[in-house]
Design a protein around this ligand. Structure first.
Ligand code: FAD
Length: 395
């Protein structure tokens, strides 16, 4: 029997980490405080984007763990070869990402997470739903995790293992427990930006040029940049688009006090998008849907010496979503860590230490890039269009 690992969190990164450790012969147990999201009655009502962009970084990492999984995931994606900029008059400008057809890919978050959970089942990896990590004790030989059982007031269960991998997201309890045992630098920063999910429904009729019931081109990430706020939309497989509004909290708070104000604001700033969404539906969602906050988390180191514990994914590096790399980077964490484990012949103390030493500069850089990309998406893309148009006009 291999060494025992507890993975805290059965989100996107926790699932991939579980598969990667299982494939290296470890005995893996995954714990998540949610109930099984594949069960209709317990579906995750978590406020998170409905679809995500998976990029080469994420796909390479999936392939590294399991080629079959990567191929299966790629069957469900909608490739986006560029961004489509919508100006105030409803004119659209395609800006391709690369000269050789390079793409990012839209994928349904739930489909991806549920598929990965199914893979864990297929490999016989134990997933314990409804278990919330509340305490962890890191000792020389064995590690102890205490879980509270969700829905059972005051009931806890204590489990031992050789090491713990925290993939429990931005508000990670594993990280918090590790901070009691290691001198970990840590920072958390909220940015002044709120997000609200809106929706563009599928068209009733099949649109030939889009090869489906899409109202706008599905092979682009759509952006309505308006300088200090913006709207984006990514296609879903059924012809609909998940659209997200991003803007300062003060703006959202002042708008949502009045239906009329919200209606006027949306019609003035996104007339073509409102024609697709239906203004009444958009106003209703804008006012009543949950408002999400965006934050960055940075820490260092990511492990406890002796190979006792490590954190991956958002638990280690939560970033704002404007670069579309949070999950991709979490998948990459798994690939980087597995490579280091392979290089150190499975010596966890060496691999975890090396991971913290080498990974931090890349993670700090991508957190910064993600922050900077808000300005790029909401403002600079319009400047580019403006400049090109100006240059063309003067020819
Ligand atoms: P999570 O997805 O947060 O999963 C953590 C899991 O741990 C959850 O299942 C939770 O239930 C469980 N958990 C938490 N605490 C405990 C506990 N104490 N005990 C047991 N279980 C626990 N990334 C991209 O790559 N591309 C994108 O296009 C993109 N778009 C985004 C859009 C928005 C609006 C937002 C907010 C984020 C976006 N991201 C994107 C980022 C992406 O969502 C995250 O990086 C990704 O979900 C991180 O995965 P994770 O598994 O590390 O954490």
């Amino acid at each position: 029997m291999g060494e025992q690992v507890i993975i805290v969190g059965a989100g996107l990164v926790g699932c991939l980490a579980a598969l990667a450790f299982h494939k290296r012969g470890y005995e893996v147990n995954v714990y998540d405080y949610r109930f099984d999201p594949r069960d209709e009655s317990t579906q995750d009502k978590n406020l998170r984007s409905i679809n995500l962009a998976i990029s080469a970084r994420g796909i390479e990492s999936l392939k590294f763990v399991d080629e079959h999984i990567a191929q299966r995931v790629l069957r469900d994606v909608i490739p986006m070869k560029g961004r489509m900029i919508h100006d105030l008059r409803g004119e659209q400008e395609s800006q391709v990402y690369g000269l050789f057809g390079e793409c990012i890919n839209s994928i349904d978050r739930a489909v991806l997470n549920n598929f990965l959970l199914d893979e864990l089942d297929r490999y016989g990896i134990d997933i314990h739903f409804g278990y919330k990590l509340v305490r962890a004790k890191f000792n020389d030989k064995r590690q102890t995790c205490i879980f509270s059982k969700m829905g059972q007031d005051g009931v806890t269960e204590t489990v031992e293992c050789d090491f713990v991998v925290g993939c429990d997201g931005a508000f990670s309890s594993t990280r918090y427990q590790m901070q009691r045992a290691v001198r970990m630098d840590y920072s958390q920063e909220y940015i002044d930006c709120c997000y609200i999910e809106l929706y563009i429904p599928r068209t009733k009729q099949y649109i030939k040029k889009f090869n489906g019931n899409f109202a706008i081109a599905p092979d682009h990430l759509h952006i309505w940049p308006r300088h200090n706020f913006m709207l984006i939309a990514l296609a879903n497989g059924d012809g609909s688009f998940t659209s997200t509004f991003f803007g300062p909290w003060s703006l959202v708070e002042s708008l949502t006090k009045s239906r009329d104000k919200t209606r006027k604001f949306l019609l003035q700033n996104f007339p073509d998008a409102m024609a697709l969404m239906g203004i009444d539906d958009a106003v209703h969602k804008f006012i009543t849907y949950p408002k999400g906050a965006l934050m960055c988390v940075e820490c260092n180191p990511y492990h406890i010496n002796g190979g006792k514990a490590i954190i991956l994914g958002d638990a280690a590096h939560s970033m704002v979503p404007f670069y579309g790399q949070g999950m991709n980077c979490g998948f990459e964490d798994v690939r980087v860590l597995m490579k280091l484990l392979d290089q150190s012949m499975g010596d966890r103390s060496v691999a975890f230490k090396r991971y913290s030493e080498t990974r931090h500069k890349d993670l700090a850089a991508i957190i910064e890039l993600a922050k900077n990309n808000y300005k790029e998406m909401s403002h600079d893309v319009t400047s580019t269009v403006f400049l090109i148009k100006k240059q063309l006009d003067s020819v």
